[in-house]
Write a protein that binds this ligand. Structure first.
Ligand SMILES: *Cc1c(COP(=O)(O)O)cnc(C)c1O
Length: 400
């Protein structure tokens, strides 16, 4: 015990990274090495047995009938829209407060993204705003389960059913997240996942997957990921080259076994942040993420809101003190230059714009540990005092 304490001492001033994939790898190195070795011995690198197995495992994990691997979360979104036949003249309603791919997939297919504003507490689509954004041209709705918590799917699904619209979940940040007893990926028509290394289930490179209960959509997706090949070089439509690599599938199968443990650790870290910030009296100054009553948040990100136009100052203060942090996302999608032809104006989607101006993501990865969390919170408190959001505090709580 004494030894552990003395070993950990130098870490007290070491920077706290936003994410530490090396720490995770160290806990599973042998399993990963063995899986990678197996793929190399077989020399079958694209689709094949490893991918079949992984698809079955994910289908079981999410409780979906089908799972179709592909090259990235972005491609999962593009393929889903392709499978629905979305194209020029169509509109797809989605959130402007998300990663770029949520909207670019729509534009890629020649359709028009229609942005509905978010709920300021969950940062997810406001179901009423979705309803208000419907037109005769609406062909699909893409709710995003941002930061690891599901969008409020029941009212969105009711709207979709009423207007006979398919729903594509952008579940790229939400694998294992639960809404009213059901996992992300089975709350709509199709669910899109990303295995980008920093997601909760991250591969050794890019990877993605689509879940669905619909057999026809599943077989069309399987065709679309291989150039629309119906078999025997018979192309009945034009698809993509977007497959999941065997290497990724093998690595992801290993990591999937640990996913719930890692998510539980992230959730425990989130609880500890709440407790520490309460102890430091800053939980009323910055707004902490809140988990809805029917939700099981898996905290791909732990995002706080800093009021009073002080976000950037706080961000820089934290960075200067060696605390890893980032902004997801600094510019809402409706104001991106490449979408200027959509003619959205600043001020049009106020909650998304306010979130883009006020939020900061703090480290939340599974291996973070209580000591480093205390450092994050005490540093945050000092920075909040520096920028004038709280009174400077004389005594420091940390145990001597
Ligand atoms: C990561 C992410 C994507 C894209 O996934 P890639 O695998 O990087 O292409 C799409 N949407 C959201 C919300 C994401 O977080």
């Amino acid at each position: 015990m004494t030894q552990i304490l003395s070993l950990s001492r130098p870490q007290e001033t070491a920077p706290v990274p936003l994410i530490d994939l090396v720490a995770q790898y160290q806990t599973i190195r042998d399993e990963i090495q063995e899986a990678v070795q197996r793929v190399f011995e077989r020399q079958a690198f694209v689709l094949g047995e490893e991918v079949d197995t992984f698809e079955k495992e994910i289908a079981e994990y999410c409780d979906s009938r089908h799972a179709i691997g592909c090259a990235s979360g972005t491609d999962a979104l593009v393929l889903s829209l392709m499978a629905l036949g979305v194209g020029p003249g169509d509109e797809v309603i989605t959130s402007p407060y998300s990663f770029f791919a949520t909207a670019s997939c729509i534009v890629r297919l020649g359709a028009r993204p229609v942005f509905a504003d978010i709920d300021p507490v969950s940062y997810n689509l406001n179901p009423q705003a979705v309803e208000a954004a419907l037109t005769r041209r609406t062909r699909a709705i893409i709710p995003v389960h941002l930061y690891g918590q599901c969008a409020d799917m029941d009212p969105i699904w009711r709207t979709a059913v009423k207007h006979q619209l398919p729903v594509i979940e952008d579940a790229c940040q939400a694998i294992g997240s639960v809404y009213r007893g059901r996992k992300a990926g089975v709350l709509g028509t199709m669910g899109c996942f990303s295995f980008f290394p920093t997601k909760n289930l991250g591969g050794a490179g890019d990877g993605g997957l689509i879940t669905t209960d619909d057999r026809d959509l599943a077989s069309r997706l399987k065709r679309l990921r291989v150039h629309g090949d119906f078999g025997g070089y018979n192309h009945i439509e034009v698809g993509l080259n977007s497959r999941l690599d065997a290497l990724q599938a093998a690595v992801l199968s290993v990591k999937l076994k640990h996913l719930d443990t890692w998510s539980a650790a992230r959730r425990a870290n989130a609880d500890r942040y709440h407790q520490l910030m309460q102890e430091q009296g800053i939980d009323g100054v910055v707004e902490l993420p809140s988990q809805g009553p029917e939700q099981h948040h898996i905290y791909n990100q732990f995002v706080i809101r800093v009021p009073g136009g002080k976000r950037d100052e706080v961000l820089n203060g934290l960075k200067k003190q060696g605390i890893g942090c980032a902004i997801y996302y600094p510019k809402p999608l409706h104001l991106q230059e490449c979408f200027s032809s959509l003619r959205y104006q600043a001020g049009e989607l106020p909650e998304s714009e306010r979130a883009a101006n006020e939020t900061i993501a703090l480290p939340i990865f599974a291996e973070l540990g209580a000591d480093r969390q205390e450092r994050v919170v005490s540093t945050l408190r000092n920075v909040l005092a520096d920028v004038g959001l709280i009174q400077p505090q004389k005594s420091i709580r940390r145990a001597a």
